[in-house]
Write a protein that binds this ligand. Sequence first.
Ligand SMILES: Nc1ncnc2c1ncn2[C@@H]1O[C@H](COP(=O)(O)OP(=O)(O)OP(=O)(O)O)[C@@H](O)[C@H]1O
Ligand SMILES: [Mg+2]
Length: 472
Amino acid sequence: MRSVGYSFNAAIADIVDNSIAADATRIDISADAVDGEWVCIYDDGTGMRPPQARNALKLAGTRNVERGARDLGRFGLGLKTASLSQGRRLTVITKRDGVTTGLQWDLDFVLETGSWAIRVLDAEDIAVLPRSELIEGGEHGTLVIWESLDYLLAGAHDKSSWMSNRLSELRDHLGLVFQRFLEGRGALRLSVNGILVAPIDPFLEGNPRTQVAPIEKVSIDGHAVAVEAFTLPHSSYLNAKERKREDLGTRMREHQGFYVYRNRRLISAGGWFGLSKQDELSKQTRVRVEIPPELDHHWQLDIKKSRVEPPQAFRSRLRQIIDQVKAKSTRIHSFRGRQTTTSDFAFLWTLVEDRHGFRYQVNTDHPSVQAIRDSLPADQVSSLESLLADLAGGIPATDIYARMAENQQRVVPPLGDDQIRLRLRALRDNGAATTDGDTMSAALVKIEPFNAVPNLRDLVDEVWKESDDAQP
Ligand SMILES: Nc1ncnc2c1ncn2[C@@H]1O[C@H](COP(=O)(O)OP(=O)(O)OP(=O)(O)O)[C@@H](O)[C@H]1O
Ligand SMILES: [Mg+2]
């Protein structure tokens, strides 16, 4: 049972589920960040009466209970499995109607006595436990304490830095999983060692550049599953805070995919259920799926509540949805060059696709290229063409791909006015001088790189006036 495979984050989230189901408004997680001796989860929820507390410590004690709409539980296992996956001792102190109950599962006690028995704690036992003052001070609530943290600390050399890493990862995890409980009016107040957990929105709904597709309702067994696709903004449109997030930076690619929610609680984040690949081009795509708890069994929700599998009947519909949203995400990145043949825009590069694959060529019809070619003696034109072909053939595509995949920023210094003037003079001196400034400016806005120059009109006037001055 201890080896179900809970991560520390998933184990804590399972305990938090119970607190939310008990109508907690405040949940404080604290841990011994020096020696890693204990971890506590306190909530100000309803608490339990003694018989209910006993039942709570039984395996599958609540397997068949009626569950309210807010209940995030299902198996009647979480409290025990999640806790004992991290340590050898689980203590629950709970208070309701003025009565405090303390119960403890201690695996070493079970081993010593050879009996599956829990310890019942008295007031003195409780008083020496970490954070027990929280229960003492409140009207009602529950404190879950983990000790003898053998699994949590397995592999830790320096316990204090180990714990501080675990706790900071935990804040991110809880911010994402319980985002929708942490937002808005009457939001849950959740803290980890005194630091409030901030909600983390995987879909960046607050960013105006995020694109949202309308919600689709897919019906399974008469229950609606809501599906909503988001295309996240390109990294250049992220704000400073968003840019710090790993899931939007170097790790963006592995965070694409489905985000499955059950009762507003995130179960699984990212991945396409094997229905599609986590491509570089679709890394902006995230799809929110809301499953009603009635469909748990169809989705093979696991005990840790960190994994689901879509039902077979739903897979083909999901695949269609993936294709649609991926096509959209891909467009954010695609090279505009593929339009050269159909539009009157002059790109510097052309994309050539044939049955062998694709390649890029310098657009030799581009006015700047033509201007130079026209100015060269005939015997040098073929040298120019060879050079351009070699440059295009030698594009370090693999290196570019690798850097883009790591979300490295591509910086192209903007052209200064002097550099634009140089280019304009070349055009002017190679046949364009007779065209007037108005016509020239109108033509240049459809030509790279002039299309991106804000003061183009002024520069054209200036350069064309130079030629008037030179030839009065
Ligand atoms: N913090 C808490 N406050 C009040 N009651 C609690 C709390 N934690 C657990 N309980 C009670 O103990 C029961 C058992 O909890 P446990 O997490 O083991 O199972 P569950 O939540 O019913 O199902 P699951 O295995 O899916 O988590 C709960 O159903 C609830 O009645
Ligand atoms: Mg539970």
